[in-house]
Design a protein around this ligand. Structure first.
Ligand code: GDP
Ligand code: K
Ligand code: MG
Length: 305
């Protein structure tokens, strides 16, 4: 099989790193559309999310992972870590993301997990946050000594030129083989999954640090209706429940006179309408289920591997 300009190349690229270094921001920038939710909170990404981008003859298949959790060994965190380990097992290239100029014990633990067999690029992200550029050269030297990195790339996931350059770097490691996905496909995740993730993103962003990370979203209903008339969009009818651990958290999510939950619903709807190119009706509920994150069966029943 041949791509637009030669034999097809294709391969898997895992994006790994501790929480909050910018893995999901990077995936979205690489794919060119938001498919993985992001926020300043650790634990925002809880699933393995695949995003692809086909450029010329090469299909890049990126796998975003939850940040490797080392703080609490509850059932949710154990499941997140398994997801990360599963993702790095069988890829062509690993992008190990850290914050430029910093390397903490948490980064070290992720590095230990990666092993030696797979080419690994150290991606020093958030370079735009480094104000003293002179400090970066010595830091890069110490990083070189840490591991046999294929390359070290200081960059910013928010800089379009850097993203473009990264394709050139990753492309070198992808073997000649037929594409795994269609040329225009962007993700293997469903709209239903995207809907639940967007609710969780708005929930995290609009509650800030007040709400513990142990809240999740379950989709109770996801129905699609075709357009009634020509020129109209299809309609998605969605009902979702936000699951929290305590009554106090429920009150926090609902907010004063229901202000906050209304806003979570509205922001989710606006964004999903754009991403899915559809009209969206969204109903939101809040339920208390104490201890769900410590309960293995519950963690599974809420969709975690
Ligand atoms: P993840 O937990 O590793 O997936 O990190 P996220 O993608 O959720 O990003 C965590 C935070 O870092 C978010 O607030 C992002 O906007 C921010 N961020 C990501 N990449 C960059 C970057 O290149 N520069 C700056 N300044 N912030 C970034
Ligand atoms: K995050
Ligand atoms: Mg993430």
């Amino acid at each position: 099989t041949a791509g637009p300009t030669g034999p097809q190349h294709c391969g898997l690229i895992a994006i790994v790193g501790k929480p909050n270094v910018g893995k999901s921001t990077l995936l979205n920038a690489l794919v060119g559309q938001k498919i993985s939710i992001t926020s300043r909170k650790a634990q925002t990404t809880r699933h393995r999310i695949t995003g692809m981008r086909t450029i010329g003859p090469t299909q890049f298949v990126f796998v975003d992972t939850p940040g490797f959790q080392t703080l609490h060994a509850n059932a949710l965190n154990k499941s997140l870590n398994k997801t990360v380990q599963g993702a790095v097992g069988d890829v062509d290239l690993i992008l190990f993301v850290v914050e430029a100029g910093s390397f903490t014990p948490a980064d070290e633990r992720v590095l230990k997990l990666l092993g030696k067999g797979i080419p690994t690029v150290l991606l020093a992200n958030k370079l735009d946050n480094v104000h003293r550029r002179g400090d970066i050269a010595p830091w890069l030297q110490t990083m070189q000594a840490k591991h046999d990195f294929a390359e070290i790339v200081p960059m910013s996931a928010k800089n379009a030129k850097d993203i473009e350059r990264l394709f050139g770097i990753c492309g070198k490691y992808l073997p000649e083989q037929p594409w795994f996905y269609g040329e225009d496909e962007l993700t293997d995740r469903s709209e239903k999954f995207l809907a639940s993730e967007l609710v969780r993103e708005k929930l995290f962003r609009l509650t800030g640090d007040e709400l513990p990370y142990t809240s999740t979203v379950v989709i109770d209903k996801f129905e699609e209706e075709p357009p009634q008339k020509k020129g109209q969009k299809r309609l998605l009818r969605i009902a979702a429940t936000i699951v929290v651990e305590r009554d106090g958290h429920k009150a926090m999510v609902i907010g004063d006179k229901g202000e906050r939950i209304k806003r979570i619903g509205m922001e989710t709807r606006v964004e999903l309408e754009k991403l899915a190119d559809a009209k969206v009706f969204l109903e939101l509920w809040v339920k208390v289920r104490s201890g769900w994150a410590d309960d293995e069966a519950r963690v599974r029943s809420f969709g975690y591997e």
